[in-house]
Write a new protein. Structure first.
Length: 149
């Protein structure tokens, strides 16, 4: 009987540890799914901003340093304030007709999306391939790269 109590205590500790680890794995999976979902929601919001030519929607998601590569020759890293005005000038010249992401990837921890930007430039309708990638900064997803080529 004396040996029963220490063995019972050890078994309870082992079972408790196993349960805690299982719960942590489930929470980790849940957090991962939430991050994927939030990245997807951010990308769909960015898609809406691009389609409407609404810079305010896009600028909410800019990182402190975002890389731009645009059809008008602008390339480099810009602050979120600079990026706002770069996008504003871009939309004035390359007026959006329509836009839709055709691929959104959120699986690998580096979310990105690609799509076709239909625009009018000097009275002619043209297209550009768009690439947007996100990075988790702090507790939210931010745009780290935008390409219109």
């Amino acid at each position: 009987m004396k040996n029963f109590y220490p063995i019972s205590f050890i078994l309870i500790v082992i079972l408790s540890t196993c349960l805690i680890q299982a719960q942590n794995k489930e929470l980790s999976k849940s957090d991962s799914n939430k991050q994927k979902n939030s990245a997807y929601l951010i990308l769909t919001e960015i898609e809406e901003g691009i389609a409407r030519g609404n810079i305010a929607i896009i600028s909410r998601h800019l990182s402190p340093q975002t890389y731009f590569s645009l059809t008008n020759g602008i390339r480099g890293y810009f602050s979120s304030n600079q990026a706002y005005y770069i996008l504003e000038d871009f939309y004035k010249v390359y007026q959006v007709l329509s836009f839709k992401f055709h691929s959104i990837q959120t699986e690998n921890g580096n979310p990105y999306a690609t799509g076709i930007y239909f625009y009018e430039f000097k009275g002619k309708r043209e297209t550009a391939q768009v690439y947007v990638s996100l990075k988790n900064i702090g507790k939210s997803w931010k745009i780290i790269q935008i390409t219109f080529n």
